[in-house]
Design a protein around this ligand. Structure first.
Ligand code: RNT
Ligand code: ZN
Length: 408
């Protein structure tokens, strides 16, 4: 038996004493898909026009030289990053990561053909695919309004983009035999005091109705709308707020909400919001990010809120309802390592949650035994979860704590 195997045996015993089956936790962890965003590799440059800077109130900062400069470099670096992420994965693409098949293709012209190479890639690497329309970094988004613009021609352009992205997402779903989440995030908003906060929301609602008009099989494509509090240059008013999308999704019942962990007031926690969707049997998408003082999109690490989110999903047994995916971009460190690190951290948090003696803690709570609830929650934190994690890596033929040297 390897050292990892020996260590795992010891850990298994310790967890068993607390009533936790580590074998079962490993089995589940291996089955829960995590959708890894592709844009950490090149700061969301994409293949449409990599020279164009980011717009829409988001920004990647840092000047580490690891940014992929060509499509070939992008694919090589992405493959490297994915090679050290154990377990079941999906890949989240943005519409700007297209193959233009030799000529410029605008956002209102893209078709599944432009993304066929990603299906091949996904099949080769056993990945699912999620999608994101790109409603920014484009001349027609320079006013900071897209789906909710006062200009009907601008709205029409972006509505067409949204519709086409749905088709591409559905195509991914059918090709790969699993749901593809089509995640819409728009930058729409104002920098300063806003007089009419309603009109843009009416226009957004109209555009969304139009995009979602055609029925689609949720087995293959689920549309999600991502709310936000503010963006750079969009500090005062965001059309697509959390309340707006939550109400829209509840009333129309044809899409779900995406909650990004960086898109709320700094003391608000996504972990405490999830159950209010799950209680209505709603699916939700989760963008795992790490806000430092603001929506800074730092690389995801195993911090308290990440654990708390995963615990919440585990406690509600909602792994089939919450679409877990990463979303961050940091240009200050090696991008391949950053991509892998965040995804591994999500999986670690999942494992940490799966190893919680949840049933016991629920029993204590129901019996009003609050001291046991607190003490055993606290004891869980010090159990040898790292040894189980090493076992998970080994069982997937992925390096454990020495992974960094394999990707640099
Ligand atoms: C922006 C949103 C959105 C983007 C991606 C690139 O604040 O978080 O999810 O990060 O679409
Ligand atoms: Zn996001």
């Amino acid at each position: 038996m390897t050292v990892t195997g020996e260590n795992y045996k010891a850990a298994r015993e310790i967890y068993a004493r607390a009533g936790v089956d580590t074998d079962e936790a490993l089995r589940l962890l291996n089955e829960i898909p995590v959708s890894i965003h592709c844009w950490q590799i090149d700061d969301l440059g994409g293949f449409e026009n990599p020279d164009r800077g980011l717009s829409g109130g988001i920004q990647a900062t840092g000047s580490d030289p690891s940014k992929a400069r060509t499509k070939e470099e992008f694919m090589t670096n992405l493959t490297k990053a994915l090679s050290v992420v154990p377990g079941k994965n999906k890949l989240a693409l943005h519409a700007v990561y297209l193959d233009n098949l030799g000529k410029f293709v605008d956002r209102d012209e893209i078709t599944p053909e432009n993304f066929a190479f990603w299906v091949e890639y996904a099949k080769e690497h056993q990945l699912g695919l999620d999608f994101n329309p790109t409603y920014f970094s484009h001349d027609k988004a320079e006013s900071n309004f897209t789906l909710s613009s006062y200009d009907p021609a601008i709205r029409e352009f972006w509505v067409e983009h949204g519709k086409r992205c749905r088709k591409i997402s559905e195509y991914f779903g059918r090709e790969l035999g699993q749901t593809s989440v089509n995640n819409h995030w728009i930058p729409d908003g104002y920098k300063d005091y806003t007089i009419d906060k309603l009109k843009h929301r009416e226009l957004l609602m109209e555009s969304m109705d139009e995009i979602l008009k055609e029925k689609i099989d949720w087995k293959y494509c689920v549309d999600s709308f991502e709310s936000k509090l503010f963006g750079l240059g969009l500090e005062s008013y965001t059309v697509g707020s959390h309340e707006f999308y939550s109400n829209y999704a509840a009333i129309r019942n044809n899409c779900i909400v995406c909650m990004d962990m960086g898109h709320f007031h700094p003391t608000e926690a996504v972990s405490s919001k999830l159950s209010s969707y799950l209680v209505f049997d709603r699916q939700v998408q989760l963008h795992v990010s790490r806000p430092v003082r603001w929506d800074s999109d730092h690389v995801v690490v195993l911090d308290d809120e990440l654990k708390e989110v995963m615990l919440e999903i585990k406690r509600q047994n909602a792994f089939d309802k919450v679409h877990i995916g990463t979303d961050y971009f940091d240009g200050s460190i090696n991008r391949i390592a950053a991509q892998a690190l965040g995804a591994r951290s999500v999986k670690k948090a999942l494992l940490y949650a799966l190893l919680e003696p949840t049933d016991k803690l629920k029993e204590y709570e129901e019996a009003d035994d609050l001291v046991r609830r607190l003490v055993y929650s606290e004891e869980h934190k010090a159990m040898p979860f790292g040894l189980v994690w090493e076992q998970f890596c080994e069982m997937n033929n992925v390096p454990g704590s020495d992974w960094l040297e394999k990707v640099l």
